[in-house]
Ligand binder design. Structure first.
Ligand code: C2E
Ligand code: MG
Ligand code: MG
Length: 574
């Protein structure tokens, strides 16, 4: 019911006016003085104020001014009842912001009509603002809870709906994480507009094949999530996943192209796997990663042996994405000693990551992550360029270096265009190919033997050296390595460590060196930390030694000083 505030006691006539207005269906508040009226107006926020001109403590214009200054009452309709009826007085009243002014004696009908007009007008204005407000709120809601490209719920809404589902579902709830496998390639080949329209069609198809009460959300680029409640049997989940993957496997028509997508699904179950949504999300993602590695269109349920990325790994991955452009990487160089000549003839380039908050992060930690995310391709290229440019500089300085070793990840090794990339870098930096040695781990070589031989031959044709890193830790035999065009074997730290006290390691080390030599390979022992280890290696006629005893990995400037200090007098004289 609309509330009207009457202020005053002369024109307002409390005994008759109040019951008359109430009879017309309004509630009435009455204040006899101006100050009391102002207080009531502020406290009650009425729909309409009717105010006398003579108030005893002040006049109606004073009240009107105060009302129009109050942010809450500034638009409240205001009717002044006045005994003056000069034109000047009326103009002033209206200019101060009154909505109406009734003069001298007015009839009940006139007052009621004035009230009705003001209330109606105020209602119209309020409704207008409310509908605007509602539209704005809806728009804001769409922006914050829906994905603008596909119009599907986003992760925020998905989290809300999933939580509601957990609260209302008597049976387990399944969280399905789904990714479109080839979207990135399609984006690269056909461009982002085509990728976007494909995403829209795929979302449309996904939505259409799911019952309307099942929440489908787009979480990030090519990743979607589905919440399925009341799961009595896991077969229901698998069936749903299969239907979804089937729907996506039919071809999509883009202007001028017909494209095929495949999808993979990872599933985590509430409450069996976890009761916490963030954990379930990561479990579903871990299962999804596993599914992607199996074959296309594969659905995998989370199992506890699957590694779930920790908060730290997730943070590390985000940092890693920016590390290259923020120039947080540096290459250090570790000297390699020729045990026969006693000269430092080679160095190994080892990447270092200095993060502004986390400090130096070990390559053992971030290289696997860079491999998983594909970032190793650009990081590896940067290391190769940096090391080659450095080697070229040292080459011109005649520091006695015969080779610069650079580590290659198996991801880089299997990338297809590796030899072109290496050729390019050699040309760009001007480094002589025979000064570059690439280190590849045994595991990278045995993944796809035929492809490995092909790639190694291509690299060899460029005139560079090839080394097998961490030899002894994989499963390859020397007879297998015999078939590969390699030049150097790097014997892993673990065979060198404690070799002076462990007779078993002595046998392994000695025979590895012997057999390597029989195959015409150069042997480098890694991780040499003591003088005893080095002299044993000399006895076994190992060619090179690398380790903290000879020198730790150091930055380019330090290594240069190190080399200059160790340079034999003869070559200085040259
Ligand atoms: P790696 O290629 O076998 O490199 C030798 C590792 O042993 C280096 O660790 C080196 O600092 C460490 N090391 C050297 N001498 C000694 C010693 O006397 N005692 C001990 N305990 N350790 C020694 P780092 O630099 O932490 O690198 C670890 C691994 O990360 C490397 O093993 C390599 O596989 C990888 N890595 C480093 N830089 C790169 C890179 O630029 N690209 C790729 N793909 N992998 C890299
Ligand atoms: Mg290495
Ligand atoms: Mg190694």
């Amino acid at each position: 019911m609309h509330k009207i505030l009457l202020i005053g006691s002369s024109k307002v006539r409390p005994t008759t006016t109040v019951p008359m207005i109430e009879a017309a269906g309004y509630t009435v508040e009455l204040a006899q003085t101006g100050i009391a009226g102002l207080e009531l107006a502020r406290a009650q926020n009425p729909n309409l104020i009717i105010c006398d001109w003579d108030l005893g403590d002040c006049d109606g214009h004073h009240i009107l001014k105060q009302i129009r200054k109050d942010h809450q009452l500034v638009v409240t309709p205001f009717i002044l009842l006045s005994s003056l009826y000069e034109h000047r007085h009326l103009r002033q009243t209206m200019q101060l912001g009154a909505d109406d002014c009734l003069l001298r004696t007015y009839s009940d009908e006139v007052l009621l009509a004035a009230i009705a007009t003001r209330i109606k007008q105020q209602e119209a204005v309020t409704n207008h603002y409310l509908s605007h407000l509602r539209l704005a709120a809806e728009h804001l809601n769409r922006l914050s809870y829906y994905d603008s490209l596909t119009k599907l719920p986003n992760h925020l809404l998905f989290e809300q709906r999933f939580t509601q589902l957990i609260e209302t579902s008597s049976h387990p709830v399944a969280l399905l994480s789904l990714s479109l496998d080839r979207l990135r390639q399609i984006n690269n080949i056909l461009g982002y507009p085509a990728g976007d329209s494909l995403l829209q069609s795929a979302s449309h198809r996904l939505r259409a094949c799911l019952p309307t009460d099942i929440t489908l959300a787009r979480l990030t680029g090519n990743q979607f999530a589905i919440a399925l409640g009341h799961v009595e049997q896991l077969t229901t989940v698998r069936k749903l996943a299969t239907e979804v993957m089937d729907a996506l496997s039919r071809p999509f028509s883009l202007p001028g192209h017909e494209v095929f997508l495949t999808a993979s699904v990872g599933v985590a179950m509430y409450p069996d796997n976890s009761q916490e949504l963030p954990v379930l999300m990561r479990q579903a993602d871990a299962a999804l990663e596993y599914a992607k590695r199996q074959k296309s269109s594969y659905c995998q349920f989370y199992q506890p042996n699957m590694t779930v990325a920790t908060e730290y790994q997730i943070r590390l991955e985000t940092w890693l994405r920016y590390a290259l452009e923020r120039e947080e990487f540096e290459v250090h160089y570790q000297p390699q000693l020729n045990l026969r000549t006693g000269h430092i003839e080679g160095v190994e380039a080892l990447i270092r990551w200095h993060h502004p908050q986390a400090g130096t992060i070990s390559p053992g930690l971030f290289i696997p992550l860079a491999e998983e995310t594909g970032l190793i391709i650009s990081i590896g290229k940067w290391v190769l360029e940096t090391a080659c440019r450095q080697a070229r500089q040292w080459q011109t300085m005649n520091l006695g270096l015969h080779h610069m070793s650079v580590n290659l990840s198996s991801v880089q090794f299997n990338q297809g265009s590796l030899s072109q990339q290496v050729a390019h870098i050699l040309k760009d930096t001007g480094l002589s190919p025979h000064l570059l040695e690439l280190e590849i781990t045994e595991t990278a070589l045995i993944q796809d033997a035929d492809a490995a031989v092909r790639t190694l031959n291509e690299l060899k044709e460029l005139g560079i050296q090839l080394a097998v890193d961490d030899f002894g830790t994989g499963y390859s035999s020397l007879s297998y390595l015999q078939k590969l065009p390699i030049d150097t074997l790097k014997i892993d730290n673990c065979f060198v460590r404690g070799v002076t006290t462990d007779p078993k390691n002595q046998v392994i080390l000695k025979s590895a060196i012997q057999m390597g030599h029989d195959l015409g390979l150069c042997i480098i022992a890694e991780g040499v930390e003591t003088v005893d280890e080095q002299s044993l290696l000399e006895t076994y006629q190992c060619d090179f030694a690398q380790g903290y005893l000879i020198g730790k990995p150091m930055n380019a400037q330090k290594l240069q000083t190190y080399l200059e200090q160790r340079l034999p007098v003869v070559s200085l004289a040259l």
